[in-house]
Design a protein. Structure first.
Length: 307
């Protein structure tokens, strides 16, 4: 099946099931306590003495942080697609599907924004100012004009949250609304991942040397920073934990490393399939991010994902 035919099929799937988050999600079921089980909190595996009340607050602050990061990421995706549409052939079925995807992303973002408002987080994000903010804005501007780089970021920004959302939605102790939002998001993101995978080779073929350099060397570092920023340091301050020390410790826990490896290896696999890299020549930054050798094969001990 050609890329054009697959784009038509994805558009047809988007037409068949349009979900309006304000009316089709169970907002009334949001509880006022802990939203996810202890083992799904980012501090699982770190010694702490949090009370049940503090763990409940932490779960709400973590959820708000992650969906806010998701909203900002999807804004970058929409900006990148919009930049491509300025010069695109509007009769191309790829363009039609991109418009479907942008519509779905805006609905996801409305759901995320409403959830944050319902949760009422108090934690301040130190990554929203200074050098981290300037770097994020710079990368966003570059990415909007770089289709191959954007597609790699789309894969990372969908694969890693998809993994976390699957784990969260399938856990019996997850809050019903949070589980429903995760299932809703995953259902539509599956199509977005399929579109990114099928267009990556086309974008890579047209990419210039600078964009290719950025995919090889900038993207893995930015993806690692994105994953680390899903739960920002201010979240830990809100429950009395040392913010930076806890944040750094979280990045090294077996659970977090397992999530990073599983999510980013899926991205690397798509890049290998698209011919971005050849097995035996995976760049060092990607090897470090994914925990793989130069052939893209996992190295080291197998780390279990959170149950």
């Amino acid at each position: 099946m050609s890329t054009t035919e697959r784009a038509v099929r994805l558009s047809n799937a988007s037409v068949r099931r349009v979900i309006e988050p304000d009316t089709e999600l169970p907002w009334e079921t949001l509880g006022d306590g802990q939203l996810v089980a202890d083992e799904l909190l980012s501090v699982a595996g770190i010694a702490h003495a949090l009370s049940p009340e503090a763990k409940a607050r932490l779960s709400r602050e973590e959820t708000a942080s992650m969906v806010t990061t998701g909203l900002r990421f999807e804004a970058g995706l929409i900006a990148g697609f919009a930049a491509q549409l300025i010069e695109a052939d509007v009769t191309d079925p790829r363009v039609t599907y991109m418009l479907h995807e942008m519509g779905e992303e805006t609905r996801h973002s409305r759901a995320f924004a409403r959830l944050v408002a319902e949760l009422g987080p108090v934690a301040r994000n130190p990554l929203e100012r200074g050098l981290p903010l300037r770097a994020r804005k710079r990368i966003a501007r570059i990415t909007a004009k770089s289709p191959a780089l954007l597609t790699v970021f789309v894969l990372a920004g969908e694969e890693i949250p998809d993994l976390l959302q699957r784990i969260t939605a399938e856990h019996p102790d997850t809050d019903p609304l949070v589980a429903a939002i995760n299932r809703y998001h995953r259902a539509e993101e599956a199509r977005h991942l399929a579109f990114a995978r099928m267009t990556l080779a086309e974008h890579w073929e047209r990419a210039g040397w600078l964009e290719r350099w950025r995919v090889r060397h900038l993207a893995p570092r930015a993806i690692g920073a994105l994953l680390a920023a899903l739960v920002h340091p201010g979240v830990y301050r809100s429950v009395g934990l040392p913010p930076l020390r806890t944040w750094r410790a979280v990045q090294r826990t077996p659970q977090r490393v397992a999530v990073r490896h599983a999510g980013t290896r899926a991205v690397l696999g798509a890049m290998l399939d698209a011919g971005v890299f050849e097995r035996g020549h995976v760049p060092r930054a990607w090897r470090q991010l994914c925990g793989v050798d130069r052939h893209g094969e996992p190295i080291g001990d197998h780390l279990p994902l959170p149950a």
